[in-house]
Every structure is written in structure tokens, then in C-alpha cells.
Ligand binder design. Sequence first.
Ligand code: MF3
Ligand code: CO
Ligand code: CO
Length: 288
Amino acid sequence: MPRNSDGTLTAGKISPRRAVPHHIPRPEYVGKKGPTPSAHGDIYDAETIELIRESGRIASQAIDAVAEAIAPGVTTDELDAIGHDFIVKHDAYPSTLGYRGYSKSLCSSINEVICHGIPDDTTLRDGDIINIDITAFKNGVHGDTNRTFVVGNASQAAKDLVDRTEESLRRAIAVVAPGRPISVIGRVIESYAKRFGYGVVRDFTGHGVGYAFHSGLIIPHYDAGEKYATVMQPGMVFTIEPMLTLGSIAWDQWADGWTVTTRDKSLTAQFEHTLAVTETGAEILTLS
Ligand code: MF3
Ligand code: CO
Ligand code: CO
């Protein structure tokens, strides 16, 4: 249950790797240093989109199962066990387990942790906020989603940050449509976040997802203008996953090589969906 005396987070003890039954197919990167770049682009046919939806539903339902256990006193490792067991029970593989050396089945990012917090023996406290990010791999495709939860009674500022981060994702999804440049997504998120003076994290982005966990397509959450002129097309599949902060967007990474925090230790929240671009807009593939 490690914390600094001011309540900020510090690295805890990470439990041994959890096993995945042998009959469950692994993504190609498991047991290797990293993924082999996928030759497939970011456009999928209707059948494959249905498979991504199946993986996405398992990921979302796994978050639902984890959410039921979120309470003061629970460790993030206990949450990892719940997410892991749910995913493998549905014959899927937890995509983060063995991805570039990551050794857990979900990311648990508390308070000032922007993303990629590793489940450990840290116990949740009343008033924390915690993001649970789960990706499931089944039928050869990944579905990636995350949500932020409030633990017990949080400050109004924390609750507002969580609600408005979710709203920024909703607004971003609403402007996804074929023929529009990717840059409209970040423009909408940034202009909404600015109303409240929130920081919009720039160095971690949304991404193409499907056969690959991260395809190489980048989805910025800030207004990146001409640099991201790629035009959205029907069948394109990617995530949008804005991270908003109550302070600065400068960040630090822990010695574990993963955990990313705000440098000023300000609170930060995130929400993520995997989407498919349709003929008229977007469809969310990570619903329960
Ligand atoms: N699910 C995260 C994302 O949204 C990626 C986590 S990679 C990990 O892209 F290795 F940190 F788990
Ligand atoms: Co993602
Ligand atoms: Co994710």
C-alpha cells in the first residue's frame, strides 16, 4: 500500500504474472521484444468489424466487472485479477500481458497517473479517481477501451474532470465521419477542454487498432491542424482516448518504464473507445 506522505503515488510491489489457458490464441508479440509491424492498413470489412466488436465487448464487460470491485481498500492487483479472469473466461487474451514487456492484464491509473499505471499492491483510497484500461484479443483482433471511476466521495473538481473528460470523448465521436480529416477529433476535444482550463495531453494519442494493438495510425487529442490531414474513410477503425488534466500537461515516467504521471501531480482523467467509421458517422465497437 505504498503512497508518499502527501498521498501521491509511488511504485508498489508487482505480483507474479497470471497464466492464460493454453487453448487461448496469443497475439504475435507475446514472448517477443515487441510487435512486428502489421502490413494491414486501418480499413476493415464488415465481418472483421464484427469480430473487433466482439473483442471490444469483452473488454468493456471486463471493465464492468472490475468496476463492481472498485472501493476504498482494494488493491489494483486485485482489480487486475478480476479483469484477467473475466477476459480468459471469455476465451480472449488480455492484450497488454506480454506487450513490450508489460506484465499485467490491464492498466490502472490513479489520480496523477496519466496512463499505463501497473497494477500492484497500492490500495484505493476514498476520493481517488482511477482509470481502468482493458484491451481484449480474440479471433485475431483487438478491442481497446478505458473508463475513469471515482472512489467513494471525491472532490467536486475531480468529479467534474471525470465527467467532462467523458463528454470530450462523446463530442469527438460525434464529429467522426467519412471525408473529414483526423484533425477534427483533436480540435473538438481541445476546444471543449479549454472552456474549463484543462490541459490536453499531447504525447499519448489514440491509434489505429484491429489486427494490430497499435497500427501506426495516430489520433491526436489536441488541435494538430495540417499535420494530421489523413481523411477518415468508411471501415476505418481507431481509438479516441483523451487524457485531460487539472494542471499542466508536462509528464514524467517512472523507473518501471511504464507509469506516466503529470509532473505537477495534478489530477488527470481518461476515457477511450474503439470506433469504426461508417458511411454517415461512427459506430462504437467497445460497448457492453
Ligand atoms: N490500452 C492502452 C491504449 O489505450 C495501451 C496500453 S499498453 C500497456 O493504447 F502496455 F501499457 F499496457
Ligand atoms: Co488505446
Ligand atoms: Co486502452
